[in-house]
Ligand binder design. Structure first.
Ligand SMILES: NC(=O)c1ccc[n+]([C@@H]2O[C@H](COP(=O)([O-])OP(=O)(O)OC[C@H]3O[C@@H](n4cnc5c(N)ncnc54)[C@H](OP(=O)(O)O)[C@@H]3O)[C@@H](O)[C@H]2O)c1
Length: 280
């Protein structure tokens, strides 16, 4: 059984490959990458895999049984078309099953919603493909908050517009563990899983950051409008608006969903106590 993973030049794709290598022979794992030279460190066969090039994807998917499609990064309309090229290439090449990394979040009403909608469209396209499928809806990565710690230290606080709503965070290694199971085990076929750990408020997240980094940060909620202006000033209109949209979705409870992580992974998601103890 040969498994291909897309976007193995990125964090999630790499993590999924590393997890698969622990449970199946590396000869059975093929990495696809838009930029293959960024994936050579994995020590597996890497084939070209730009989502814009269906012909190349078809060649690269030759002899593959199962495909893990990591969702792309382009604007929503473009992303839908790119994912359709991957799905069509998979069908034409004889792939039997697609596992897709989708996302949780507000489907309407925020600047992030068009991206969530584009993920929902790809889910539908995969369901309609006639292939076997499994869909994971990823929670929000917690790693960016860790990477942002120096900025938080300078500010003395975490500012955003999530208020006291909860967010189902996860980590890429935890996602990779679940995706490896979803790829290898037939019992997941036809299932849609929300993949995240225990949901946290921003107040709880800041407590964990304070314990892990011996800081004295506080959480300071902002209005959606003020946070959007703040993010746009720092990150530009496009990205600032999207980041504000993600946190608006958290505020509106759209990231506080029931998790099916245990069904997908066959074990509970790592606890936040364990995660934050591990980064100290
Ligand atoms: N749940 C969350 O909190 C969260 C946060 C951010 C993003 N995401 C989503 O999760 C996905 C994976 O996250 P990550 O951590 O792995 O992101 P990442 O490290 O930034 O990697 C993004 C990957 O997407 C690849 N890519 C972009 N456009 C492509 C194209 N046209 N064809 C093929 N590959 C393409 C990049 O390839 P190159 O190396 O060639 O650029 C890279 O490998 C992202 O793509 C995004 O959709 C989720």
């Amino acid at each position: 059984m040969k498994i291909a993973v897309t976007s193995v030049s990125g964090h999630l794709g790499k993590e999924i490959v590393k997890t698969l290598m622990a449970i199946t022979a590396k000869e059975n794992i093929i990495g696809l990458a838009r930029t293959p030279q960024k994936a050579q460190d994995l020590g597996i066969e890497i084939r070209p895999g730009d989502y814009n090039d269906q012909a190349v994807l078809e060649t690269s998917l030759h002899s593959i049984d199962i495909l893990l499609l990591v969702s792309g990064m382009d604007a929503p309309d473009k992303r839908i078309e790119q994912h359709r090229k991957v799905i069509q290439a998979a069908k034409n090449s004889g792939v039997k099953k697609i596992v897709y990394t989708s996302i949780q979040g507000a489907e309407t009403n925020t600047a992030f919603s068009p991206i969530v909608q584009s993920n929902r469209q790809t889910e539908q396209d995969i369901i309609n493909s006639g292939l076997d499928w499994v869909i994971g809806r990823n929670g929000i990565y917690i790693e960016p908050d860790i990477e942002y710690i120096d900025t938080y230290k300078k500010l003395g606080a975490v500012y955003n517009c999530a208020g006291d709503s909860k967010c189902g965070y996860t980590t890429r290694p935890e996602l990779a563990f679940a995706y490896a199971k979803m790829l290898m085990e037939d019992k997941h076929n036809g299932k849609v899983y929300n993949l995240h750990g225990q949901a946290l408020t921003q107040y709880q997240l800041v407590e964990y950051l304070n314990q892990a980094f011996t800081t004295n940060l506080r959480y300071s909620p902002m209005t959606v409008e003020a946070y959007r202006e703040d993010r746009m000033a720092e990150l530009g209109e496009f990205l600032g608006n999207i980041i504000a949209g993600i946190y608006q979705g958290i505020l509106e409870g759209e990231c506080d969903n029931v998790s099916q992580y245990q069904q997908a992974a066959g074990r509970p998601h790592q606890s936040w106590d364990s995660y934050f103890n591990g980064i100290m």
